[in-house]
Ligand binder design. Structure first.
Ligand SMILES: Cc1cc2nc3c(=O)[nH]c(=O)nc-3n(C[C@H](O)[C@H](O)[C@H](O)COP(=O)(O)OP(=O)(O)OC[C@H]3O[C@@H](n4cnc5c(N)ncnc54)[C@H](O)[C@@H]3O)c2cc1C
Length: 465
C-alpha cells in the first residue's frame, strides 16, 4: 500500500493501517517534513481544535499525549482599537461581536443563498436597533466579525460562500486555541516506521488499472512514479494531496480521473489565509490580552469582501502567540486574495506597513518587530492554498464523489486501487485537522474491510481538566 502525502490524512491512514495489521506500507511525501498544512516546528497552519470535545479524535490525540495540559485554560481578552487611536469599550464590542457570531450560527431557512446575503440582512437589522451615536461602532464591529469569518473559511467574499456550507457538518463543540498541533503531528509520525516514510519524494504519476510485474514475480495494478525517477508498485494507493489536485489532476493520473471527479474538483473552492508572525523585543500589549482587533468605522456589513488595493484593511486581527518559549509574538491574519497578495511581499515591506498600521490604531510608538515570518500556502507547490470551502450553488455532497475510490475497468477484480483521503473528501468535517485524520482512518478501514480485517476501536479519551 502506498500513501501519497504525509499530512494529517496520510499519517492518519498510515497509523490506522498499522493498527489494522498492514505492514507492507510506504508513505511518500514531496516536501522535507511531515505535517502538511500543520507543519512541524510551529503551527504555521492549523492551531485551533474546531470542536474541542471527546468526540473529536484530534482533541483525544492531544489529550492522551499530554499536550493539552500545556494549553492555558484562560482564553484572555480582546482589545479593540479604532482608526482614531481610541480603544472601543470592550463591553460594547464584546456584546456586538457575540451577536455577530450568532448571525453566522443561526443561518435559518436561507437555503440556496450566499452567506454574504444572509449576514448583510441580519447585521443591518441588528444595527438599526442602536442609538445613532453608537451605530458606526456597532457597524464596525459587525464588519470585523464578517472579516474574521472570511479568515475562518479562507474566502475573499462572503457572497461567494454558500449559506448551506455546513448542512452536513457535525459540530463537535467550541473551538480551542492549542498552538501545539505540530507536536501532535510529530507524535503521529513516530508511529510510522522511519524506513517507510520517504520525504523529498514527489509523486509525478499514478498509473492505475494496469498490470505491472514486480521483482517479486507478483503483478500489481498500480505503479507510482516519482519525480526522482523512482517507482513503487502497489495494490492500493491512498492519495491525500489537497484540493490542489486542481493543479495536479490533469497530469497526475493515468488513465485520467473520471469526469465526475474532475467536475467536483472544479466546483469546490480552495481558499487561502496568511499568518504573519511578528516577533517583538517586548510585548506592547497587556499580559491578559489574547487578541488585538482593529475596527474601521467605514467598513460595511453589506459587502464583506477583500479589496487588494486596501489590503491593510484586511490585516485587522492579531492574536497573541501563547507558548512563551517562542517569545513576544503576534500573529496577524488575513484571508483570500489579500493573503495571496501578501505572499508576494517581502518581510521588510510587511514589517514597515504593519508597524505604521499598528501605530495609527494604537496611538503607541511601537518599534518594528525584530523578526517577521509569513506563510506562503498558495505558493507552496504541494498545497496551493489553505483549505476548502463550498461556494454558492454547490451541495456539500459532492465531497462524497471526491472520496469515492477508483474502480478499474481492465482489472475490476483488483478492487480499491486508488483511494482519496484529505480534508476536502469529508463533508462532515471538511477544512479541519480532524476531518483530515478521520478521512485517513476511513480509507484504511475500507482496505481492512476488503481484506476481512476487523478494526480495533479508535482512540478514546476523557475530558481535559
Ligand atoms: C494557515 C492554515 C490554518 C489552519 N487552521 C486550522 C485550524 O486552526 N484548525 C483546523 O482544524 N484546521 C486548520 N487548517 C486546516 C488543516 O490544516 C487542514 O485541513 C489539514 O491539515 C489538511 O490535512 P490533509 O492531510 O488533508 O492535507 P495536507 O496537510 O495538505 O497533506 C497533504 C500532503 O501531501 C503532500 N503532497 C502533495 N502533493 C504531493 C505529491 N505529488 N507527492 C507527494 N506528496 C505530495 C503535501 O506536501 C502534504 O504534506 C488550517 C490550514 C492552514 C493552511
Amino acid at each position: 500500500i502506498v500513501v501519497v502525502g504525509a499530512g494529517v490524512a496520510g499519517l492518519g491512514a498510515a497509523t490506522r493501517l498499522k493498527e489494522l495489521g498492514f505492514t507492507d506500507l510506504t508513505v511518500v511525501e514531496a516536501s522535507d517534513t511531515v505535517g502538511g498544512r500543520v507543519k512541524v516546528w510551529v503551527d504555521t497552519g492549523a492551531q485551533y481544535i474546531h470542536g474541542a470535545s471527546v468526540e473529536n479524535p484530534i482533541y483525544c490525540l492531544l489529550n492522551t499525549s499530554g499536550l493539552l495540559s500545556q494549553v492555558p485554560p484562560d482564553e484572555g481578552s480582546t482589545v479593540y482599537y479604532r482608526r482614531d487611536g481610541q480603544r472601543l469599550s470592550e463591553d460594547l464590542a464584546d456584546r456586538v461581536y457575540e451577536a455577530g457570531e450568532g448571525i453566522f450560527r443561526q443561518r435559518g431557512n436561507n437555503s440556496g443563498r450566499s452567506l454574504g446575503e444572509h449576514f448583510a440582512e441580519a447585521a443591518q437589522a441588528f444595527v438599526e436597533g442602536w442609538q445613532a451615536e453608537e451605530k458606526k461602532s456597532v457597524q464596525g464591529v459587525l464588519a470585523l466579525v464578517g472579516k474574521d469569518y472570511l479568515i475562518n473559511i479562507a474566502a475573499s467574499d462572503l457572497h461567494r460562500v454558500s449559506v448551506d456550507s455546513w448542512q452536513y457538518y457535525t459540530n463537535m463543540g467550541d473551538d480551542l486555541n492549542v498552538e501545539c498541533m505540530f507536536q501532535m503531528v510529530e507524535k503521529l509520525a513516530e508511529d510510522v516506521p522511519k524506513e517507510r516514510l520517504l520525504l523529498n519524494k514527489a509523486v509525478s504519476k499514478i498509473e492505475w488499472d494496469g498490470s505491472f510485474s514486480g521483482t517479486d514475480s507478483q503483478v500489481y495494478p498500480v505503479r507510482v512514479l516519482c519525480g526522482d525517477g523512482g517507482e513503487i508498485l502497489a495494490d492500493h494507493v491512498i492519495v491525500t494531496v489537497s484540493l490542489c489536485l486542481k493543479a495536479q489532476a490533469a497530469s497526475l493520473f493515468s488513465p485520467s480521473l473520471p469526469a465526475e471527479k474532475m467536475e467536483v474538483i472544479d466546483k469546490l473552492s480552495f481558499g487561502n489565509i496568511a499568518k504573519i508572525f511578528l516577533e517583538y523585543e517586548e510585548a506592547f500589549w497587556e499580559s491578559d490580552v489574547s487578541r488585538i482587533s482593529l475596527i474601521w468605522d467605514d467598513d460595511s456589513v453589506e459587502s464583506v469582501s477583500t479589496n487588494k488595493t486596501q489590503w491593510l484593511k484586511h490585516v485587522s486581527l492579531f492574536t497573541v502567540m501563547k507558548p512563551q518559549e517562542f517569545g513576544n509574538i503576534l500573529i496577524g491574519w488575513c484571508p483570500g486574495d489579500v493573503a495571496d497578495l501578501i505572499e508576494t511581499m517581502t518581510e521588510e515591506e510587511l514589517s514597515s506597513a504593519i508597524t505604521e498600521h499598528l501605530r495609527i490604531f494604537t496611538n503607541l510608538n511601537i518599534p518594528p518587530p525584530k523578526s517577521v515570518l509569513q506563510t506562503r500556502w498558495r505558493r507552496n507547490n504541494f498545497t496551493h492554498g489553505s483549505y476548502t470551502y463550498i461556494p454558492v450553488g454547490v451541495d456539500g455532497q459532492v465531497m462524497d464523489v471526491l472520496a469515492q475510490p477508483l474502480v478499474g475497468i481492465k482489472n475490476p477484480s483488483k478492487d480499491l486501487q486508488v483511494l482519496f483521503s484529505g480534508e476536502a473528501t469529508i463533508k462532515t468535517q471538511y477544512s479541519t485537522v480532524q476531518g483530515a485524520l478521520l478521512s485517513g482512518h476511513r480509507d484504511a478501514e475500507r482496505l481492512a474491510q476488503l481484506y476481512g480485517r476487523t478494526a480495533p476501536p479508535a482512540v478514546h479519551c476523557n475530558n481535559h481538566t
